[in-house]
Design a protein around this ligand. Structure first.
Ligand SMILES: [Zn+2]
Length: 173
């Protein structure tokens, strides 16, 4: 991981008053980007994401081919960043619908995983085992393809977090 000062380097101006920000330690002795004019502080935090492990009755796993950054063209579990108005569970249900056309509900929380992101440096992913409750399998707008494959045929996935959830699931059985 890059050092903290480096991560704040692209935070140039205050989003509230436009003053040039200062990268310096706050009163907790932690480096932040701080506005010397209005006191606004930018905090960099890990970005939360949700991932869906979806297994059909033939014990196959649903994977999607990613269309957008990060890692376009690579296979992954249906997943996405959690929006400000979503719980992790709501994000999992929404991503499942958007990327695969299937209606789902959370069956079980699997685990969380702290991973590296080329864009945000650090992502905390929440993995859920999902149950299919309706819909029809169809790659959504942000996926090139969506299909069930056996665990033996599984291609290398784009994210370590997704590999972690699959391994966890397999080890439990
Ligand atoms: Zn300001």
């Amino acid at each position: 991981m890059r050092n903290i000062e480096e991560l704040y380097q692209d935070k140039k101006f205050c989003v509230k008053c436009g003053t040039r920000l200062e990268i310096k330690k706050d009163r907790e002795n932690k480096v932040r980007a701080i506005c010397p004019n209005c006191g606004y502080i930018i905090y960099l935090n890990p970005i939360p994401a949700a991932a869906c492990l979806i297994i059909n009755n033939k014990n196959e796993v649903l994977i999607i081919k990613r269309k957008f950054e990060p890692k376009p063209g690579e296979w992954a579990l249906p997943s996405g960043y959690i929006e400000i108005d979503q719980t992790p569970e709501e994000a999992a249900v929404a991503e499942m619908k958007e990327e695969t056309g299937l209606d789902g509900k959370v069956e079980q929380f699997l685990d969380y995983y702290t991973g590296y992101s080329p864009i945000y440096e650090r992502v905390i992913s929440f993995g859920f085992l999902m149950k299919i409750v309706g819909g029809r399998l169809q790659a959504g707008d942000d996926a090139e393809d969506a299909k069930f494959v056996s665990f033996d045929e599984l291609p290398d996935l784009a994210f370590d977090s997704h590999k972690h959830y699959i391994k966890l699931y397999q080890n439990r059985r």
